[in-house]
Design a protein around this ligand. Structure first.
Ligand code: NDP
Length: 236
């Protein structure tokens, strides 16, 4: 069954999104990724879209539907950070992060909902972050955008849950990608001290949870927040 399903991952050209796309390809799905730059991994269809641009995203979505068929599984992964303390945070720092991380999820899921309702089956997976519920100094914009995804998934579950459509949140901790490589080394060492697993995670470890949520095995799980964080956020 899985091989007949079409998956779309936003921001699938690098990092966690790329690992998620690779995992779905390996599992036999038909996989498309949106990318502003670069290409998705081998075996995927890459379409150009900036998730802050509803028209571009709509066109990209239509292109995937035309080439691969109706999209059954959407992974809203594209995200950015613009870290700084509240007193220094500009309107632009706030708006751009919220418009990408939360608005991007809104735009792609809104576009996806009609097709999922028609098919009476769908999987929405939103990539949040441990800091969405844990909080993080210097990340008021980012953590707000990420915790909002929880309300998003839970409201969507209440709207569409009766149609075999699930919506869940995956909350990664520190995962080895460009995003964490950009952190100063002493900051990385400090973070590792607080992670019970004693290490950063691998993007493939996030992808494995996303793949499971997309599967038939996870049909009765919706509105959940699943941490993939080595124990960092326990209780949050
Ligand atoms: P990267 O910075 O490695 O990749 C980010 C991806 O998002 C890229 O594909 C990028 O595209 C895309 N993207 C960013 N802005 C836009 C936009 N406006 N339109 C379309 N695509 C966009 O990040 P990660 O792989 O680390 O992060 C992926 C997700 O996981 C994010 O939502 C992030 O918040 C979340 N996350 C990451 C953690 C980590 O430790 N790495 C921890 C917790 C959550 P492009 O290449 O064109 O810039």
């Amino acid at each position: 069954m899985s091989s007949e399903r079409v998956v779309l991952v936003t921001g699938g050209n690098r990092g966690i999104g790329r690992a998620i796309a690779e995992r779905f390809v390996a599992d036999g799905y038909r996989v498309a990724v949106t990318a502003r730059s670069g290409e998705g991994p081998e075996g995927t269809l890459t379409v150009r879209a900036d998730v802050t641009d509803a028209a571009a995203l709509d066109a990209a979505y239509t292109e995937v539907e035309q080439q691969l068929g109706p999209i059954a599984i959407v992974v809203a992964n594209a995200g950015i950070t613009k870290d700084t303390l509240l007193l220094r945070m500009t309107e632009e720092d706030f708006d751009s992060v919220v418009s990408t991380n939360l608005g991007g999820a809104f735009r792609v899921v809104k576009r996806a909902a009609k097709g999922m309702l028609r098919a009476r089956w769908g999987r929405v997976i939103l990539i949040s972050s441990v800091v969405g519920l844990y909080g993080s100094a210097g990340q008021i914009n980012y953590s707000s955008s990420k915790s909002a995804l929880v309300g998003f998934a839970r409201s969507l579950t209440r709207e569409l849950g009766a149609r075999s459509i699930t919506a869940n949140v995956v909350a990664p901790g520190f995962i080895e990608t460009d995003m964490t490589a950009a952190l100063p080394e002493d900051t990385q060492a400090e973070y590792k001290k607080n992670i019970p697993a004693g290490r950063f995670g691998d993007a493939a470890e996030v992808a494995a949870v996303v793949a499971w949520l997309a599967s038939d095995d996870a049909a009765y799980i919706s509105g959940a927040v699943i941490p993939v964080d080595g124990g960092l956020g326990m209780g949050h």
